[in-house]
Design a protein around this ligand. Sequence first.
Ligand SMILES: *Cc1c(COP(=O)(O)O)cnc(C)c1O
Length: 400
Amino acid sequence: MSLAHGRPYLAIPGPSAMPDRVLNAMHRAAPNIYEGALHEMVASLWPDLKRIAGTEHQVALYIANGHGAWEAANANLFSRGDRALVLATGRFGHGWAESARALGVDVQLIDFGRAAPADPARLEEALRADPGHRIKAVLVTHVDTATSIRNDVAALRAAIDAVGHPALLAVDCIASLACDEYRMDEWGADVTVGASQKGLMTPPGLGFVWYSDRALERCRASDLRTPYWDWTPRSFGTEFWQHFCGTAPTHHLYGLRAALDMILDEGLPAVWARHEALARAVWTAFDHWGAGNPEIALNVADAACRGRSVTAARMGAPHATRLREWTETRAGVTLGIGLGMALPSEPAYHGFLRVAHMGHVNAHMTLGALAVMEAGLAALEIPHGEGALAAAAASLGAAA
Ligand SMILES: *Cc1c(COP(=O)(O)O)cnc(C)c1O
């Protein structure tokens, strides 16, 4: 028998659950792109997008997914042959590096592995070894969605400043924006990259790059910039079409407007606190399961270094894949695959999974997903410790 019939829950780290309010806002006839209501609505997006990233500087919007936003940032930051220093803490750090390398950027990569954050001391060391200032920018993910490692952006900025190195700091916040606390200006990031389909609760298709005045000045001469990726007309265009380099992504923009309203109505600190509480409930459940089976464990040992939007865990191959299949087919909950931890062709691949708690997610969704996982662990006779659900419920009860 299957108990999956009913509203399904996609608990993968993007695309995330979409609010009915966002979907309903998109369900409309094509608007006039030349004048009228669309122009007014879009004018209201810019200040709110800056609030989401914590910046008073510029934002450029692209019809693109996260890979497009990476390329947008790279194309504006670098000229061919410039050096980028990439601090990788998972698959997505490597992905941004690959994007830069393919454009002709000279990539220097420090790999911090899959279980620890980027170490500011090693960043400092790498910058001290570059007295000629060949490194133009440091690229890092705030939360790497593959490992769920969260990096300390302010500490990385401090390391750059300690050396007095002029490198810009560019941060991929695709998995953390409107989930995990992020303050672009206060923390000293020069560039922030985002996408619509994670914490921003809007279908995949919008990419964002926020950039500081320093980045604007420093990157004016970048020769990788092509007309489509150039961030300046998108921010400073005097005609409506210039913000999108052509036709606006009309329906996505209406969806985004509704999503920003929801986030700002709740209030960013409350949004961050909600994600924190949901994340802690998930961690608590895994800790209890793991107490009865040493193969079950969170990927990141130190809670301070875990993202609040996604949790990567292991449970011994092939149990993670068995559990994912069970929760999806028997109970309507789709969990995330393990990403970048082992090749899909390797047996170890089936020992990793991720639970998303990102965006339009509340207590009953997360507790429901955990309870379904517990049911699956029992049905599949995967050894696990007792008391996970009671502990997760108590942790949410205490936070609410
Ligand atoms: C999802 C994600 C990406 C890639 O986004 P796509 O839309 O799949 O191209 C990049 N970086 C991070 C941190 C992500 O979470």
